[in-house]
Design a protein around this ligand. Structure first.
Ligand code: AHM
Ligand code: MG
Length: 333
């Protein structure tokens, strides 16, 4: 069978008029950074990359060495290419404007360099999440305000998962496409065209240890799932929780399911656990492009007008009929 590389796929997307050369080259640079992160992640203890970095990030969370390494790889790979006006990262408080040493471009790149960092030291899948916005017209020096665009404005989004194989999943507006890293060749091969999420599912993902802190609609929904064939749903459901959003979302893209990190009373002041601009928005764009749905329980994630770079939101995403049911329970109060 003829193998299609990521490069060939992107060139064909450009020929179809789905993306310009600049965005294509930006995707190539992100993919290169993902390969470099994959190399570091897979070396693990052999390269001394496990464990704490000894610092905190902007969220006050302890950084792992690999969080810092992945962040540096993404910034260094992207700062000189000429496609970006600025970057923003989960690991850095302020936006990162492109230095005057390099040409500026028309895009803004946001990323969570290594999502699921609590899994790094235990050899469980982690990943990188990214989102691309257009830099507003006429903006000379990039500011945080330039990034305050709703998820619907994203021109591309994607994630990688560093699991048994490294995969890169992306959308540039025409469906969701998956690539698998061929380590010997050093290239991403097109393995998952037009990934879709079935509307119905028998699988859900939530950190059940937070149950007593959830709001009533989530408690109701999950208790109905747990009641299985004996409850109002009339069928049994299965639970999976990796604690790496990339891995949980990847499973949902592969075989369906619903993922929830709802609001709970412990983090009500923060607005939720997951970050809107570089976790919820890119995942929501991908999930919707694959036929699924993504809400906070009350509103569509992609419609939220951001007010802060590191803003947090509740997240309910995946198989459409389940997300709609959870959302209905919230709106019914
Ligand atoms: P991180 O970006 O600091 O790794 O946090 C986000 C992660 C998600 O990948 C995952 O869904 C969630 O946090 C797990 O949270 P918990 O440890 O509360 O189950
Ligand atoms: Mg994260």
């Amino acid at each position: 069978m003829r193998r299609v590389t990521l490069t060939q796929f992107l060139i064909e997307q450009q020929r179809k008029g789905l993306m310009g050369a600049d965005l294509r080259l930006l995707m190539e640079v992100v993919a290169r950074a993902v390969k470099a992160i994959a190399v570091n992640v897979s070396k693990g203890a052999l390269a001394g990359v496990l464990g704490e970095a000894g610092s905190d990030n902007v969220q006050g969370e302890a950084q792992k060495k690999l969080d810092v390494i992945a962040n540096d790889i993404l910034i260094q790979a992207n700062e000189w290419g000429g496609h970006l006006a600025a970057m923003a990262s989960e690991e850095v408080e302020e936006i990162q404007p492109i230095s005057s040493d390099y040409p500026k471009g028309g895009y803004l790149l946001l990323f969570d360099p290594l999502d699921g960092s609590s899994n790094i030291d235990v050899n469980i899948s982690v990943g990188t999440i990214f989102s691309v916005l257009r830099s507003p017209e006429g903006s000379q020096t990039a500011t945080e305000a330039d990034f305050m665009q709703p998820g619907t404005a994203q021109v591309a989004a994607g994630y990688s998962v560093y699991g048994p194989s490294t995969q890169l999943i992306l959308t540039v507006g025409d469906g969701v496409h998956g690539f698998t890293l061929d380590r010997e060749m050093g290239s991403f091969i097109y393995t998952n065209p037009y990934m879709t999420i079935p509307e119905d599912t028998k699988e859900y993902a939530i950190n059940a240890s937070n149950e007593r802190f959830w709001e009533a609609p989530i408690q109701r929904y999950v208790s109905e799932l747990k009641a299985g064939a004996d409850g109002p749903r009339g069928k049994d459901f299965n639970t999976r929780w990796v604690a790496s959003m990339v891995a949980d979302v990847h499973r949902i893209l592969t075989r369906g399911g619903v993922f929830m990190y709802p609001l709970d009373s412990k983090m009500k002041d923060k607005g939720g656990k997951l970050r809107l601009m570089y976790e919820a928005n890119p995942m929501a764009l991908i999930v919707e492009a694959a036929g699924g749905a993504a809400t906070t329980g009350r509103e569509r994630i992609l419609d939220i007008q951001p007010t802060k770079l590191h803003q947090r939101v509740p997240v309910v995403l995946g198989s459409k009929n389940e997300v709609e049911l959870v959302t209905r329970y919230h709106l019914e109060g």
